[in-house]
Design a protein around this ligand. Structure first.
Ligand code: COA
Length: 192
């Protein structure tokens, strides 16, 4: 990447804000969702997730007030399950997914989560690369998990996310992308 492009990308990312997802965001979230997936979640599914309160965290990424991505996670004791992550296709590979995932990891730290899991399509190499960057490793396969195509899902886990090594990994990812870590409590992004 040229220096100019790197500076552009770094200033784009430092201007990107993360907010708790709310009903008012859903029109744009659904637009992205419908472009991102062959079997998109409906508004009712998002509303159901938002209604779950403290067992879930859903966030949106905003660039100049425009929603450019979102991510959700559900917590079960000391584990977290990433339920959804998608970025506006026009802005893929600009670091939005990285910023969202780093934020979700920081929320998980606040909850004393020790491991994080997710499912990803066998064919979805971009997402798998993103997850590998965050230390997720394949741990099994769910046969025919995606009903519309019968495609298998790879189950991935990142373990020991509370370790100092993992903290260092996230800080290094953020530093390399020019992402300023979100101060969760100070910015009221963490709700107990
Ligand atoms: C997966 C997704 C969220 C990634 O978002 P993104 O904002 O493009 O990701 P980033 O720009 O932060 O990229 C982070 C890393 O992911 C990997 N990656 C992302 N897109 C990639 C691609 N098209 N090809 C190869 N690697 C890719 C790279 O390792 C990249 O790091 P790098 O740019 O430093 O090499 C986005 O592609 C998306 O919305 N896809 C559709 C929905 C989806 O598949 N969600 C996941 C369901 S499990």
């Amino acid at each position: 990447m040229s220096l100019a492009k790197k500076q552009d990308s770094s200033s784009f990312l430092s201007n990107l804000r993360i907010e708790v997802m709310r009903k008012k965001h859903l029109d744009k979230v659904l637009e992205i969702e419908n472009r991102a997936y062959p079997n998109p979640w409906s508004r009712a599914v998002f509303l159901g997730e938002l209604a779950h309160g403290i067992t879930r965290s859903y966030v949106v990424a905003l660039s100049n007030k425009r929603i450019v991505g979102y991510c959700g996670v559900l917590y079960v004791v000391d584990e977290a399950h990433i339920t959804n992550i998608a970025v506006d296709p026009d802005l893929h590979r600009s670091g939005v997914g990285t910023k969202l995932l780093a934020h979700i990891v920081r929320l998980a730290w606040e909850r004393n989560v020790k491991s994080v899991t997710l499912e990803v399509r066998v064919s979805n190499h971009p997402a798998q690369r993103l997850y590998q960057k965050f230390g997720f490793q394949p741990a099994g396969v769910r046969k025919g998990y995606y009903q519309e195509s019968g495609e298998d899902a790879i189950i991935m886990w990142a373990y020991d996310i509370d370790s100092s090594e993992y903290h260092e990994r996230i800080r290094a990812i953020e530093a390399a992308a020019g992402i300023e870590p979100t101060q969760l409590r100070a910015r009221k992004l963490f709700r107990r």
